[in-house]
Design a protein around this ligand. Structure first.
Ligand code: PMP
Ligand code: GLN
Length: 389
């Protein structure tokens, strides 16, 4: 019997590939997005306590009530939308599971799904697995007059037709670090009003927004909340990417469909961590202080890179900033990233990896992505190495 792939053209993710390369060459890994420091010991104590209290068997399928109630309160306090924890909030095995279940629940064979490029690598293969077709809308690339990427909502609107089921959004945006503003929500309201499509909103960096900006969750607007699955991840917020816990919020009929898939995928999510997170998140300072915590790291890396031949771009959110290397090399981004990792001991991610055709001219703007979710000493050692370039 011939083995036939369900994911043609898909290899191992760029994050794994570049982390392996960094490990093999003893490079400082500023590629894959994860902190190199530990979470708050108080959170670890809560896990231990939960285990000793006997929270070691299957929790309820959609997540423990205490955690769903905590999510409900946080979302309402921050964005003013009240999701029903019983029917509209589901605890998931990371944002990854939430994204996959949402796409599989909403997208049917023959549907089109609009995806904005550059994009996180999970979306398109899963859309195809559901029998759908990704329709790619490129962002406007940075130029002399615009230092950052931008979304042209008219282009997004033009990509939508009667076959379009959904639009995938990810702000604060990985990898560009750009954010939505109020006027972007206006544009999205217009699009939804005209087309009735669903929105799948990957908001994993919701608590990492810089320079006094506000995160524009889609659930801030009732007309958007009605059509959206809003997804987040505890991994990014509490420095626990390895725990793989996240959640999704969506109107009850959509949530019911997502839960049908979730129950047969993992059924439920690791019990003691749910209890620990429910108790820990009751103190809003833990997420409210995150932006200033990461802004210091962004500035530290930005200032360090400004002393090298890279030209860094200030991100408005996320764990990442982009830097232009045209003052150093003419290599395509993938080649440059490998060279930097193997020859100069600093691992990065080529931005071209977030494009449909990474080898194309359209995907290559001499930009690499640096992750600054690292200790200051890690960033300093990397900067020192980069200064020698
Ligand atoms: N979406 C984006 C944009 C991400 O950057 C990541 C992970 N870094 C995820 C989803 C997946 O999050 P999780 O680890 O919670 O599955
Ligand atoms: N989202 C992380 C990044 O962009 C990586 C997560 C993963 O490796 N799957 O670096």
């Amino acid at each position: 019997m011939e083995l036939r792939t369900k994911m043609p053209g898909v290899g191992t993710t760029i994050f794994t590939v570049m982390s392996q390369l960094a490990t093999e060459h003893n490079a400082i890994n500023l590629g894959q997005g994860f902190p190199d420091f530990d979470p708050d010991p108080a959170l670890l104590d809560e896990v231990n306590k939960a285990m000793r209290e006997g929270h070691n068997q299957y929790p309820p399928m959609p997540g423990i009530p205490l955690l769903r109630e905590g999510i409900q309160k946080k979302v309402e306090d921050l964005y003013g939308h009240r999701y029903d924890p019983n029917t509209e909030i589901t605890v998931m095995a990371g944002a990854s599971e939430a994204l996959m279940m949402s796409i599989l629940a909403l997208v049917h064979p023959g549907d089109e799904v609009v995806v904005i490029e550059p994009f996180y690598d999970l979306y398109n293969p899963v859309i195809a697995l559901a029998g759908g077709t990704p329709v790619i809308v490129p962002m406007l690339a940075p130029d002399e007059n615009h230092p950052t990427h931008r979304v042209d909502w008219q282009r997004v609107r033009d990509a939508i037709n009667s076959r379009t089921r959904a639009l995938i959004l990810n702000f604060p945006h990985n990898p560009t670090g750009i954010n939505l503003e109020e006027k972007d929500l206006d544009a999205l309201e217009h699009i939804v009003e005209q087309t009735g499509i669903y929105l799948i909103s990957d908001e994993v960096y919701e608590h990492v927004v810089f320079d006094g900006g506000q995160h524009q969750s889609l659930c801030r607007r009732p007309s958007l909340a009605e059509k959206s699955v809003v997804i987040s991840s505890f991994g990014k917020t509490y420095h626990i990417t390895g725990w793989k816990i996240g959640y999704c919020c969506a109107p009850a009929p959509i949530t019911a469909e997502i839960r049908k898939l979730h129950q047969f995928n993992v059924f439920t999510v690791v019990s003691p961590m749910q209890f620990a997170l429910a108790r820990y998140m009751a103190d809003p300072q833990h997420h409210l202080l995150l932006s200033s915590f990461y802004q210091k790291k962004r500035d530290h890396l930005f200032e360090g890179l400004a002393r090298t031949r890279f030209k860094p771009v200030k991100s408005a959110g996320t764990f990442f900033l982009l830097a232009d290397y045209s003052g150093i090399s003419d290599m395509p981004e993938a080649e440059f990233s490998k060279w930097l990792t193997t020859e100069h001991g600093v691992g990065v991610i080529p931005v071209s990896a977030f494009y449909r055709d990474p080898a194309s001219k359209e995907a290559n703007h001499h930009l690499v992505r640096f992750c600054f979710a690292k200790r200051e000493t890690t960033l300093d050692t990397a900067i020192e190495r980069l200064q020698r370039l």
